[in-house]
Design a protein around this ligand. Sequence first.
Ligand code: AZC
Length: 840
Amino acid sequence: LPPEDKADKSELLWTLLTQGMENMDRDVESIQKHIVNHCQFTLARTQFNLDSFGLYQATALSIKDHLLGMWNVTQQTFTNKDVKRVYYLSLEFLVGRALQNAVLNLDIEGEYSQALMELGTDLEKLYEEEKDAALGNGGLGRLAACFMDSLATLDYPAWGYGIRYRYGMFAQKIVDGAQVEFPDYWISYLNVWEIPRIDVSYSVRFYGEVRVVSDSPRVVEWVGGEVVQAVAYDVPIPGYGTKNCINLRLWSAKPAKEFDLQSFNQGDYLGAIEDRHKSENISQVLYPNDNTYMGKELRLKQQYFFVRATLQDILRRFLKRPREWEELPDKVAIQLNDTHPSIGIVELLRILVDEHGLEFERAWGIVVKSFHFTNHTVLPEALEKWPVELLGHLLPRHLDLIYDINYRFLQQVQAWRPGDMDVLARMSLIDEAHPRSIRMANLAIIGSTHVNGVAALHTQLLKTTIFKDFCEFFGESKFQNKTNGVTPRRWLHQANPGLAAVITSWLESDAWIANLDELAGLRAHIDNPELAADFARVKRANKVRLAELIQSTNGIEVDPDALFDIQVKRIHEYKRQLMNILAVIVRYLAIKEAVAGGASKAELAAAFVARVSIFAGKAAPGYHNAKRIIRLITAVADVVNNDPDVGSLLKVVFMPNYNVSLAEVIFPGTDLSEQISCSGMEASGTGVGKATLNGALLICTMDGASIEIAEEIGHDQVFVFGALASEVDGLRAQVQFNTPPDCAPLAKAKAAIRDGTFGNYDEFPLLLDSFSGRNDYYLINTDFESYLDAQARADAVYRDQDAWLRKAILSTAGMGFFSSDRTIRQYAEEIWGVKPCPRE
Ligand code: AZC
């Protein structure tokens, strides 16, 4: 607070403020008063217009008050102890709903349930009133949300930074079998969880020019252009079993405070107002691409806007005490979630050099020590490359600095490998191909102290393929692995209360919620049929719940005793939903053939395990082949589900609008989880962890985290198939130069699509061509028979329910390692150097 502002407030005010920090009573009556108070005074609802949504809001507001009390003390503790903080910078946070998560983490569900029951409503019903906060696409964004939960739970002095998109991930509807996108105006009228901080706001410049102020010493300034304002919105993140509560700070773009008097004076008042409001576009919408880069200027604007505001905020906090710049890396660790925030590296350099007058080398040393970078994919189409011209136009000073960084770096490379022009070209920050562009991954690597992959295989591939030169140049120790995890609070405790209760009762403790390794204790009871019975009962109840949801959203009746075979994730060719639906077609044709051959009901039941094939996931709006795959799945569903020959032996379901809340219902009801990416292409996968934690069996390739999961839970538990990552290159070459014919079942499935069995959609031929013969980049033909064989093995085990349940229990029991708590602890100890800081 500025001294003059502080001076004219009384001691009484400060005393009351401090006392008021945590006066929240947790008894039922106080909770009721608190809720009603919010109904009346915050929301201005009366007995005539208080609906369930209003009650949800009031309930959430009362919980937020609890959180804010905790939050204040937590932040003060971090400040008083002057600890090193970690800042997690991510363009995506796929949080989902917050109410139930907060209620459970605060361990206050019993009191709230009763309070609301007495008020004549049901807490569970209110949970459903909340809209998902969908500020992310898929794995990368959800990982960031799991990490926030673990950071809070483990008491780390951490902040998350992101963008408060007005429109989150689009809502998906299926219209005539095809995906249609609708805007997700999730903030609606009042987002109860956020605190707008009009007192925390920074200006961000774009365009303009670089002016030389003095030649020696060289001083430049960046002037002109457009200025917008970034305003902070804070979202409190509670931990489990702790009184710490950390902050997720999201930036929203507003018109700049200062405005161009000129344009107002020219008399175009309305035009000038309109221009100012264009600045709000920056935080308008989340780009809906997962694993593909889209070179849009607005996206680069979002990235710079975000890091510019974040770095000003971080440095303001750092400079609250008198310090040397060299102390920055002792007080601050900045984690870059993929290259999306990597322009921050150049921005920090610019701040130190241009605004604080540090000499270049000194500033660069400080910058590199402060940043760390996570890579989430080896797919070339996902690697960000900004055209030099675009970047130079938007951020002229940054382009200068990138050239400076590159010049110095390439001199080192040259000294390391004299005369090797190829290595120079590969490692350069500039890709000289037309149009010349900046390689953001190269920038992120040389501007960070640590680089990490997200599963063992992925990290290995980074070191030996796309980042090989850098690994040789910098040495292996810079490149680490941090296998992804998921938070057991949301993905077991909250999503699957039935299984959570079973686990707690068998382990005679709920310590597993904060220490997932405890799950291993289930192994001691593996031969006890009562444990299997408990698992079976819970799984069936979860399948009934899922079946009811399918009935209400898709109008399809499915048998909860059938095997629920589920693939839910973004639709992407490398994830091979196409291979899955082709195998479904093979199964369908086999049933038809058996029926045509006169098989009786009993013979059919003996020959086929009843299955429900469930799909869900969004396709990027411009990703045509992904959309065609959705079209094929819904076309197959239409035919199969309405074929009286098939009955309940096979159902196919595409559930629309996959999001966090839907995932919370799907994973607990999964029998068999499809993790069937072409090997070497799925960096980690996180859905795989959620499914296995909930006792699903895996059908998988040896890819990403599945490899490590199989290792931990035992290879006997999983149905593995397909080529290994080490074989993929050779097999692709074979597909190219010595193309094998389609295997018989694949040929049959394709023929059925071609002959119109599933309708004659214009685009099916395009889809078929996209993976036929030499185009089979994702090796569907190569892996197909081995996949069918794995499916047959799954069927065989499912017929023996005892065997199935044993594997399911062992799957859950082996998941301790895949808690995001373990991942975060590793980041903290091996990368960030931060320590837990429980509040005073
Ligand atoms: C994803 C990976 O595809 C997925 O395998 C991984 O589990 C997840 O990140 C979390 O690490 N990647 C992305 O979503 N996006 C990009 C740009 O890689």
